[in-house]
Design a protein around this ligand. Structure first.
Ligand code: AMP
Length: 233
């Protein structure tokens, strides 16, 4: 068992239905990593608006072609386009016991839309993961991903066994176009200006917890589960 400030709280059991959970935080705090851990534990989907948009980019849909320019510059895609995408995904039956929204809402208007869109908006809880700026920079610029199995590496903290090659399937690792240092700086400016107020929205509603994302991955997962247990009490 990992030593963490959160072990004293009994985490929810695997059959626990988590309901709608928002994972908030700056780029690189580990939202995607944590969402995948929770998805495996609770068998509810991770809904990542960044992944949905990247899938549109890869398929060269009209949305993808439009969004790519903004994404490559570290800017947000217009609210209405992302909201439509989320609305469509939430209609899937696998969301019935809950889901983990990763990277949405990212603006106050998206948060207001979610409040209006959901039949039971008061069931939404928000967990924000916090990591310092320099650590984020290292995580983002060091991040590499396998285009085949989607496994994520970091050249500084979690390198593959062979430089540039996925340990699992031997594919050549890729770097996201927006993971460069200059685009990271713009993404952080966007986060501070547009997404930070979203945290205050959920804090004011009393459905918010913030956790330390600089701990090892398993410790952060325990803290997320403990936070959720408190929020669902
Ligand atoms: P992410 O993978 O979450 O870091 O998202 C990558 C990029 O997709 C962001 O920098 C934005 O350009 C876009 N994006 C993802 N989620 C949203 C959102 N909720 N609203 C607007 N743009 C988004």
């Amino acid at each position: 068992m990992v030593e963490t400030a959160c072990v004293s709280v009994t985490p929810p059991q695997p059959n626990f239905a988590p309901g709608p959970v928002l994972l908030l935080g700056a780029p690189g705090v580990g939202k995607g990593t944590q969402a995948k851990e929770l998805m495996a534990l609770w068998k509810v989907p991770q809904i990542s608006t960044g992944d949905l948009l990247r899938s549109n980019v890869a398929r060269k849909t009209e949305l993808g072609i439009f969004a790519k320019t903004l994404m490559d510059q570290g800017k947000l895609v217009p609210d209405a386009l992302v909201e439509n995408m989320v609305a469509e995904r939430l209609r899937e039956p696998d969301t019935a016991r809950g889901y983990i929204l990763d990277g949405f809402p990212r603006t106050i208007l998206q948060a207001a839309w979610l409040d209006r869109h959901l039949a039971d908006a008061s069931s939404v809880v928000a967990i924000s993961i916090k990591v310092g700026y320099h650590q984020l920079l290292r995580r983002i610029t060091g991040r590499r991903n396998c285009p085949v199995c989607q496994r994520i590496y970091n050249i500084y903290s979690h390198p593959p066994l062979v430089d540039g090659i996925c340990d699992v399937d031997g594919a050549r690792l890729a770097q996201r176009a927006d993971d460069s240092e200059s685009v990271f700086a713009e993404r952080m400016r966007t986060y501070d200006a547009q997404t930070a107020p979203v945290l205050e929205h959920y804090r004011a509603l009393g459905r918010f917890e913030e956790i330390d994302g600089e701990q090892p991955v398993e410790a952060v997962t325990q803290c997320v589960m403990a936070a959720l247990a408190r929020l669902r009490k």
